[in-house]
Design a protein around this ligand. Structure first.
Ligand code: FAD
Length: 391
């Protein structure tokens, strides 16, 4: 098996955190191998999965700047000055995030962002291995096993000194670490889920509604939001409870099961949005329904042999739009601690000490917004206010 240098590190997952961390470490002279289960999205196009676009805030941009990735990312970002609230009666109201355009957030396309970050990671010297799904790790022999799903699942073994888990909420590395040590893992799922739909461009190629805003249709215990994409589309996300509350006229994914059901709901509750989504039935029937949950871990690392970051360490509900921003901050912190301390176990402890309380605080805030929104269903003004604070 390959012999690695003292500054070698193996990252699992070339998603948002994996690609950014690979860049930051390669730029600091680390020898970085990244193993990603999917094919190269730059060749295959981005696989439609979850959350097509994301709100990028200053926390995330600051991390991108440190990797020299901010300009390339911002070239495709759409500014969101504030929330455009769509009331039941069709009125709209733009509520700015700050005094002027120095206080805004940005809508970025997950696929484009990932591709930019992969290019930058490769340019910095990181080696990217696609179709390499981590299926197991032996921490005694320091051997990781990867399956190549593109060629029938052939499994190869690879030696490692340290594995970094940037493999998302369902992290296979976390699972492997849990077999060796108790990470104190706890997950809490919400009884809400989400579905993505699309508003296409206008016939002249422009945006159909105000592009520089995050659109919200708050309706108490459920809602819809829309974020702009640079190709003049909007990604709409419908959040609904899993179970309807018919007494209080609250729909759920158990009553809204088909595209036709969804169209009827939109016509009734979001008529202005319904008119903008010609392929609502198709989108609803084809796109997966996403679950929402929070992952808590007491321990993010296994001495110097493995460490987790991003969603693999602290997945959260999206009601503050901070999961990616928080994952990017993790990358900067981990790269800094690895530079500071030659002892990797010490670096990982310091990383966890710095980042775990921050992640917990953001998870809590994201959940609080959800809980308050869910529980205060009798107060329309209050509900509206809370929904506005979601982003
Ligand atoms: P991921 O982006 O999930 O990347 C994990 C990578 O690992 C993927 O490429 C995957 O293919 C790969 N992988 C998985 N398993 C393996 C394996 N076994 N072997 C090898 N590779 C593997 N955050 C924001 O900041 N702003 C927002 O507006 C926002 N909106 C959101 C809306 C929704 C509906 C959801 C669900 C999330 C939202 N988030 C948002 C959160 C954000 O999506 C995540 O926090 C972010 O993607 C975490 O990045 P990550 O790199 O840790 O994980």
């Amino acid at each position: 098996m390959t012999q690695h240098t003292d500054k070698h590190i193996t990252i699992i997952g070339a998603g948002l955190a994996g690609a950014l961390l690979a860049t930051l470490l390669a730029q600091r002279g680390w020898e970085v191998d990244v193993h990603e289960m999917r094919g190269d999205p730059r060749l295959l196009g981005y696989e439609r999965g979850r959350s097509i676009n994301l709100a990028l805030a200053e926390r995330g941009r600051n991390a991108l700047r440190q990797a020299g990735a901010d300009d390339a990312v911002m070239a495709q970002a759409v500014m969101m000055r504030g929330r455009m609230v769509h009331f039941r009666d069709g009125r709209t109201d733009l509520q700015r995030y700050g005094r002027d355009d120095s206080e805004v957030i940005w809508s970025v396309h997950r696929g484009e962002l990932n591709q930019v970050l992969l290019d930058i990671a490769e340019a910095a010297g990181a080696r990217l291995h696609f179709n390499q799904r981590l299926v197991g790790a032996d921490f005694d022999t320091r051997t990781a096993r990867f399956a190549d799903d593109a060629s029938g699942g052939a499994v190869t073994e690879m030696a490692f000194r340290t594995l970094v888990g940037a493999d998302g909420a369902g992290s296979a590395l976390r699972k492997a670490m849990s077999a060796s040590t108790d990470l104190g893992e706890r997950s809490k799922f919400l009884n809400h889920a989400y579905k993505e739909l699309e508003i296409p461009p206008a016939s002249d190629g422009g945006f159909l509604i105000e592009p520089n805003a995050l659109h919200i249709w708050p309706r108490g215990r459920y809602m819809c939001i829309a974020l702009p994409n640079d190709e003049s589309t909007f990604t709409v996300t419908l959040f609904l409870p899993n179970e309807a509350d018919l007494e209080n006229d609250v729909p759920g994914f158990d009553t809204v099961q088909t595209g036709a059901d969804a169209r009827a709901l939109f016509d009734r509750q979001f008529p202005d949005a319904s008119r903008l989504i010609p392929h609502l039935e198709r989108d609803f029937d084809t796109n997966p329904t996403g679950v929402l949950g929070t992952l808590y871990l007491e321990h993010w690392h296994l001495d110097e042999r493995a460490v987790l970051l991003g969603d693999a360490a602290h997945a959260m509900v999206p009601f503050h739009g901070q999961g990616m921003n928080c994952a990017f901050e993790d990358c900067v912190a981990l790269a800094r601690h690895l530079e500071r301390s030659p002892d990797r176990a010490e670096a990982f402890s310091a990383f966890q000490r710095e980042r775990l309380p921050n992640a917990r605080a953001i998870q809590h805030m994201a959940l609080e917004n959800y809980l308050e929104m869910r529980d205060r269903v009798d107060d329309d003004d209050y509900l509206l206010q809370r929904a506005l604070e979601l982003r």
